[in-house]
Write a protein that binds this ligand. Structure first.
Ligand code: DGY
Length: 425
């Protein structure tokens, strides 16, 4: 079974490979997505290291002058996706979106370098990539944390990767829809509409895009101008972890300035993360910076925080929290608490399980000594794929496959999990 799954996963990666980048899945997502790419590179690295490096090279080649790395790169024309380049209007030579996504590239570069069999290639690639990734991390703290709190805010739910999480519901009430003209969604013709965000949410997504566009995508202005400013523990954890990984690798490669600056950013971030801990929920929670209050929502963002080097007792508490969630579902880790009224096991980030998030949570828990829970999460991930295939996400109780099929990062995680962890198969 293990060999068959790995073979199948490699087939998914090669079917979605466009030469220098990989599409998340044919049809629904026909371009290059930022965090999809970096995590997919982990899968490629197990059988084609040069191809893994190319994936990240291509992503970073489209970094903006201010350091931002966009969430979509529109390499080719394809009117099967909305909103396309004409809606974003970022004016880039190769069109891109104007917002970013979870910065997993720093983590991926370090991991691929650590495991590389071709060390010369890995070192050459890492030396070229680290300054760019570091500049991206600096951009976050400069433009998304102008008060220097140590935590960055997201300005659009699409930046989180968790587009329609319950976490954004209250803040979204403040995002108007006036001035948003008619548009035709394309996602709902590729995937079941019951698995996707609602039309009402899409209007607000587009209002934010239009507003940022009217500010000419000037990142010195967007933070304060946006009515949506949310501090997400999961996102900040990824940023902190990537800063830490950049610091470690840069130190080993003799890039001492980057190493010390990246270490300082990670240290400040990890100290600030503790302000997001909720005793009531037993996990971290988001903070609504525009409203000045915590977000009372038991989503996976507060569990993904385990990916950062959080204190050991916090990691132990998160393992206990996941144990509780396990009583309400069959497959860990649901993206929202199944006992909460807003839970919807089919709808994108309001309940389904995502393998990439499972992988990051398990990685963090293992580093913190929570090995049993880490192994349990990975074993559940494998059971899910065995039962329901390489879907974008799965229902945490029924295992129903949801969203897009034949999904690149799901396949990459299967290769990664089988190649690096002891899981029953
Ligand atoms: C989408 O189109 O669904 C993406 O998540 C936005 O990047």
């Amino acid at each position: 079974m293990k060999d068959e799954l790995i073979k199948h996963a490699r087939q998914v990666l090669s079917d979605n490979d466009r030469g220098t980048y990989t599409v998340p899945t044919h049809g629904l997502y026909p371009f290059q997505w930022n965090w999809d790419s970096a995590l997919s590179a982990l899968g490629f690295a197990h059988f084609d290291e040069p191809r893994a490096w190319t994936e990240i090279d291509t992503l970073m080649a489209h970094q903006w002058d201010d350091g931002m790395v966009p969430h979509i790169i529109f390499h080719e024309e394809d009117d099967g996706y909305f909103p396309g380049p004409d809606v974003w209007g970022t004016g880039r030579p190769v069109p891109t979106s104007g917002i970013t996504q979870p910065p997993v590239a720093g983590f991926a570069v370090r991991r691929i370098h650590d495991r590389a069999t071709d060390k010369a290639l890995a070192t050459q690639k890492a030396k070229a990539l680290l300054p760019k990734i570091h500049a991206w991390h600096q951009w976050f703290y400069r433009c998304r944390d102008p008060q220097g709190t140590g935590l960055i805010a997201l300005l659009h739910p699409w930046e989180s990767g968790r587009d329609n999480s319950v976490d954004w519901d209250d803040a979204f009430e403040r995002v108007p829809t006036d001035g948003v003209g008619d548009f035709v969604r394309r996602d709902t013709s590729h995937a079941n509409p019951a698995h996707r965000p609602t039309d009402e949410q899409y209007k607000r997504y587009i209002w934010l895009v239009q507003t940022f566009r009217s500010l000419r995508w000037d990142n010195t202005r967007l933070h304060d101008a946006s009515p949506f400013r949310i501090v997400d523990p999961g996102f900040n954890a990824i940023l902190i972890r990537s800063c830490q990984d950049v610091a470690d690798l840069a130190g080993r490669l003799g890039m001492s300035d980057i190493a010390s600056e990246a270490r300082a950013m990670a240290d400040k971030g990890i100290a600030a993360m503790d302000s997001l801990w909720s005793d009531a929920l037993g996990q971290y929670q988001c903070y609504d910076r525009a409203a000045g209050r915590p977000v009372d929502s038991a989503s996976i963002g507060g569990i993904l925080a385990a990916f950062a080097p959080i204190p050991k007792e916090r990691a132990a508490a998160l393992a206990t929290r996941i144990e509780k969630l396990a009583k309400a579902c069959n497959y860990l880790v649901p993206s929202h608490d199944p006992t909460a009224p807003e839970f919807d096991g089919l709808r994108y980030w309001r309940g389904p399980v995502w393998l990439i998030v499972n992988y990051m949570i398990a990685d963090g828990l293992e580093r913190a000594g929570q090995v049993a829970m880490a192994e349990r999460i990975l074993a559940d991930s494998v059971r899910l794929i065995e039962k329901s295939g390489f879907a974008e996400y799965h229902h945490p109780i029924t295992a129903e496959p949801c969203g897009g099929a034949h999904f690149t990062w799901t396949a990459a995680m299967v290769i990664e999990i089988f190649s690096t962890c002891e899981v029953p198969a």
